[in-house]
Design a protein around this ligand. Structure first.
Ligand code: TRP
Length: 455
């Protein structure tokens, strides 16, 4: 069945799509990747990847969604009946569900850290551990994440909050929440950034982040930058097909894709401008940002060195919670849209069908960081396995099938019609976008996919 939901305004549409894109990927994954892959060199390649590959693929997803006017699977079925291309949408839905199982858990952590920041508990000394040391925060994190009830309860709270918004539907739920939360996110980001600029070694941090050493650009850096661009822009999982189906006929897709991508990139860059001055100013360069350490250990350490740690830390975790929640909502919407349109379910039952099993799965995922850490699949914990399988295998495969479809097998005028709104608007970039999708994107994803199997 076709979807009848639509975003009601241009601003709401942008807020919701930016809300999906801006998430843990920008605040958590981006700085860790930047640090691991040579600072400014990584940033440069990342920006190129967003412009050259991210935007065309985003336009591809928007086009499939708006032309098919349905969920990630049925949009393909409607555009190319009887052909197997819907498998790309199917992979997207499976992938999005797997991602949810750990995304909800980490979103729950952000709520706990927000609570601890507001109450001041986060900065309370631990007996036997030197105050203000890295260990103080690393220990606290380990103890919390490995626990049984608190992380699980926060995960349930996250699911319930997302469920509440999702039950209210596209306009009254997703769009309204994004309209309130996204401006808040930008205001907090700018306040934190201004504060970071006042730190003693801000200039050194900016130098590290913005002045590229070209010799550091290696194939591995390019692969990671492309992966980061895809994850951060919410590509390859049917999310933007689903959101595209809520776009109006007169929405200018190209302008929307540029706005969303540039805002998403701006958030990542502002986060870098907060973290690197802090790291340089307080001598934390030697610390690894890997895994959860950046957000839950390094950031609290930085705030602990500032005046009024509780204030900065609370602002930061509000920011992170907002980013995480709007993205979780968009990831869950992929499955909810499928159940509601395919099985003709109303919003509330469709939301329950998706979220009730998720309570169980994400609880398992949460426990796999502690008591169930012995349950492993090919050496990964449940949490780690969901992350690895989705990011490294299903996501690139889904995106590859989509690019091949759009470039070679989709109805002939699909992209052109969508990019020009059926010929009613001029789009000087339409030819370039179609060329990139036909040749560059599939070859590149294939190369990266194969390379990632060997690295
Ligand atoms: N883009 C979000 C982030 O940066 C995560 C996300 C939401 C996502 N929807 C997605 C990632 C779809 C891949 C595909 O955290």
């Amino acid at each position: 069945m076709a979807t009848t939901s639509e975003f009601s305004s241009k601003i709401g549409l942008i807020a919701a799509t930016v809300g999906s894109a801006v998430g843990l990927g920008n605040v958590w994954r981006f700085p860790a990747e930047t640090q691991a892959h040579g600072g400014a060199a990584f940033l440069l390649v990342y920006v190129i990847c967003v412009l050259l590959f991210g935007i065309p693929v985003m336009l591809g997803e928007f086009s499939i969604g708006r032309a098919g006017k349905s969920d990630a699977i049925d949009s393909y079925k409607k555009l190319s009946p009887g052909k197997p291309w819907w498998i790309s949408g199917f992979l997207g839905i499976v992938c999005s569900y797997l991602i949810l199982t750990f995304y909800m858990v980490v979103s729950g952590w952000t709520l706990e850290y927000l609570y601890q920041s507001l109450s001041g508990e986060l900065f309370a000394p631990i007996p036997g551990v030197e105050e203000g040391s890295n260990l103080q925060f690393a220990d606290r994190m380990q103890e919390y994440v490995g626990g049984v009830w608190p992380p699980m309860i926060w995960t349930w709270i996250t699911i319930a909050v997302c469920g509440g918004v999702l039950c209210m539907g596209v306009q009254k739920g997703i769009e309204r929440a994004s309209n309130i939360l996204m401006p808040l996110l930008f205001v907090i980001l700018i306040i934190l950034c201004i504060n970071a600029m006042s730190l003693p070694k801000a200039a050194e941090g900016l130098e590290y982040f913005f002045n590229p050493n070209f010799s550091k650009i290696t194939p591995k850096v390019c692969i990671s930058a492309l992966g980061q661009a895809f994850f951060s822009l919410s590509l390859g999982m049917g999310t933007l097909i689903t959101y595209g189906s809520y776009f109006r006929k007169d929405t200018n897709l190209t302008r929307t894709a540029f706005t969303v991508s540039l805002l998403d990139m701006a958030v990542a860059i502002l986060v870098g401008m907060i973290i690197f001055p802090g790291v340089m100013s307080f001598g934390l360069e030697g610390e690894s940002f890997d895994g959860s350490a950046l957000v839950f250990v390094t950031f609290p350490e930085i705030f602990n060195n500032m005046w009024c740690p509780q204030l900065w830390s609370s602002l930061f975790f509000i920011l992170l919670a907002v980013a995480a929640l709007t993205s979780s909502i968009s990831i869950a919407e992929v499955s909810i849209a499928y159940f509601s349109s395919h099985f003709n379910l109303k919003r509330v039952p469709a939301t329950c069908v998706v979220l009730v099993p998720l309570v169980l799965l994400s609880s398992l995922s949460s426990l796999s960081n502690g008591v169930l850490s012995d349950w492993t699949i090919f050496g990964y914990t449940i949490f780690g396995a969901c992350d690895a399988v989705t990011a490294n295998i299903i996501m690139p495969l889904g995106a590859l099938i989509m690019a091949i479809y759009l470039g070679w097998f989709a109805p002939k005028n699909l992209m052109k019609d969508q990019l020009t709104n059926g010929g009613t608007i001029r789009n000087p970039l339409a030819g370039t976008v179609m060329f990139l999708l036909k040749w560059v994107t599939p070859i590149l994803i294939l190369v990266i996919f194969i390379a990632s199997l060997f690295t």
